[in-house]
Design a protein around this ligand. Sequence first.
Ligand code: FPP
Length: 242
Amino acid sequence: MGTAPANHGEQPKAGARHVAIIMDGNGRWAKKRGLPRAIGHQRGVEAVRRLVRALEPMQLECLTLYAFSSENWKRSIDEVDSLMNLMRRFIKSDLAEFVANDVKLKIIGDWQALAPDIVEMLEDALSQTANGKQTLAVALNYGSQHEIARAAAKAGEKGEISAETIAAELDTADLPPLDLLIRTSGEIRLSNFLLWQAAYSEMLFVDTLWPDFKPEHLAQALDDFAKRERRYGGRLAEPTNG
Ligand code: FPP
């Protein structure tokens, strides 16, 4: 077996297939307006809904969103409760639309450890959307270092530990390689999100606060992505004449 990461064997393509977003800035959006943080998160859900509705024309295969990290439990009980309630409401209100629009839901992270009613709702949503064409992957109770450790342990149980066998056990193993990782709100860090998957991704850090993020921002990011050169640690593709 070679040493190249398993999911980067193919030639780079012009268009992005898989984009992930660290949705940051809900709290600051609310604070700027003198509103409670919970309202910022509510507006954050509306930004999610707008993007999911715009998925089809953008022809993305997968959009992965960082909705709740394993570190987010450290927030106040009220804030954690309001995020969990938003999750419940979002699934209830938008599931039928996902099914109608061929959106396939996927959850990454230790989501089975969430409240039993949420786990049940998610299991139902996963099965109802299983035949969808475009994937909306939501990271819930997700931490990348833990995901990698879990994957390495599983690979070890099966025999060989290598970049390929670990990649094959990640929560994202069935998703296309990550092309572009976006973080909103001006913060420039990965916060334990998709550390392995981002090894060769392009990164984009924008100042927009998440509730203000529109499909036009994503469309612009996809346009810019298509113009960037990608090297994968090697040489560039042969320049074309003319
Ligand atoms: C970061 O903003 C955002 C979060 C911790 C949660 C993101 C969640 C949502 C957008 C809503 C739930 C999503 C779904 C899919 C139902 P922050 O609160 O850290 O903002 P701040 O840094 O300005 O305080």
